[in-house]
Design a protein around this ligand. Structure first.
Ligand code: UFG
Length: 345
């Protein structure tokens, strides 16, 4: 048992989960991971060990399996906190198979909160998303902006899970929770040993860029240059995944140390800066020296025009601030792509 206690990371072999696990271990926590490997690989546990010299205990099962989950909690009733990442996350796919998203993303949340009540585990951090805001009326968007009707079943599961958490806490359960509303996580650990590992054709911008530069994809499609933005392409608040991972440590410690102001809180986790798709491409080309083959095509259905975070509340309350530049993000993503492909050969 480590000095700082044991934390469960669900989805700990995934993109954000693995980076958060590394930061937790480096801060002196003992980490146990539950993951069903539906969108990740077991070798990530080896990589976490390579980076930190400590191997987190890995339980491979599905959070829908309540028997296995109960056995897990019997074995780990000494948890000081839970960070819940495990979920399906492809916006387009969620429109095609909504029932999978509702079952897979909502039921585990319920199962975990029930177990927390049963085993008296108090501290919970939930992986939410800026998708809960839709297209905000005012930018930058603050935590007090209204939650807009969800544009996809995926987005709806984030909204409902925030409500499930809040309602459970309000009902008198001895649970404290923080929802972190992430903007667009990109980049990879500086070691180049872990990073984003999309299965199949990437939906997201950065993996598509790095795979195109590597020669796995012929061309990046830029979805629209006729938006009402300075260069016509969409604007997002891209945040380095390691900055994002660190926000989770600060959030769980806020709860463990009892520094939270309310039993349920939510914070924007972004940089506060918006960058367009063309600016991301330019950053990638500048930071890596690679030329990217791209062409502008029609808008992608469901994309919002622009969003970036007001990070004032998060920065002040959490005492956390994103530190890494866009160039560091794009360069680290490229380093990871190259390392990963090299190891496959
Ligand atoms: N884009 C392209 N070409 C691509 C992929 C993306 O031009 O091949 C553009 C998109 O149109 C968008 C920007 O790059 O303007 C970012 O797109 P991503 O798919 O990387 O990210 P999104 O902002 O669409 O989605 C992210 C998360 C979702 C979350 C959503 C909330 O991936 O989980 O933010 O807005 F729901």
């Amino acid at each position: 048992m480590s000095k700082k206690g044991k934390i469960l990371v669900t989805g700990g072999t995934g993109y954000i989960g693995s980076h958060t696990t590394v930061e937790l271990i480096e801060q002196g926590y003992e980490v146990v991971i539950i993951d069903n490997l539906s969108n990740s690989d077991a070798f990530i546990v080896d990589r976490i060990e390579q980076i930190t010299d400590i191997r987190p205990k890995f339980y491979e099962f599905d959070l829908l399996d309540t028997d296995k989950l109960d056995n897990f909690f019997k074995e780990n009733a000494d948890l000081v906190g839970i960070i819940h990442f495990a979920a399906a996350k492809a916006v387009g796919e969620s429109v095609e198979i909504p029932l999978h998203y509702y079952r897979n993303n909502l039921v585990p949340m319920i199962n975990i909160l029930e177990a927390m009540k049963k085993y008296k585990i108090e501290n919970f951090v939930f992986s939410s998303s800026c998708t809960v805001y839709g297209q905000p009326d005012e930018l930058p968007v603050t935590e007090n902006a209204p939650v807009k009707p969800a544009e996809s079943p995926y987005g709806y599961t984030k909204q409902v899970n925030e409500n499930i958490l809040n309602d459970t806490i309000k009902s008198g359960a001895n649970i404290k929770g923080i929802a972190l509303r992430y903007f667009n996580p990109i980049g990879a650990h500086h070691s180049g040993l872990i990073g984003e590992l999309p299965k199949g054709v990437p939906n997201n911008l950065l993996p598509f860029i790095t795979q195109t530069a590597y020669g796995l994809r012929k061309q990046l499609s830029v979805f629209g240059e006729d938006y009402n933005t300075p260069d016509g392409s969409c604007i997002r608040d891209y945040i380095h995944v390691v900055d994002l991972a660190k926000a989770h440590i600060v959030a769980i410690e806020r709860l463990i140390d009892g520094k939270n102001k309310n039993s349920y809180e939510m914070f924007n986790i972004g940089t506060g800066n918006g960058f367009s798709v063309f600016e991301v491409i330019k950053s990638f080309e500048q930071s890596t020296g690679e030329k990217l083959n791209y062409k502008v095509v029609a808008r992608r259905a469901g994309d919002i025009e622009q969003i970036w975070a007001d990070t004032t509340i998060g920065n002040n309350e959490l005492g956390w601030k994103a530190t890494k530049t866009l160039d560091e993000m794009t360069l680290s993503a490229w380093k990871w792509e190259q390392n990963y492909r090299k190891d496959l050969n």
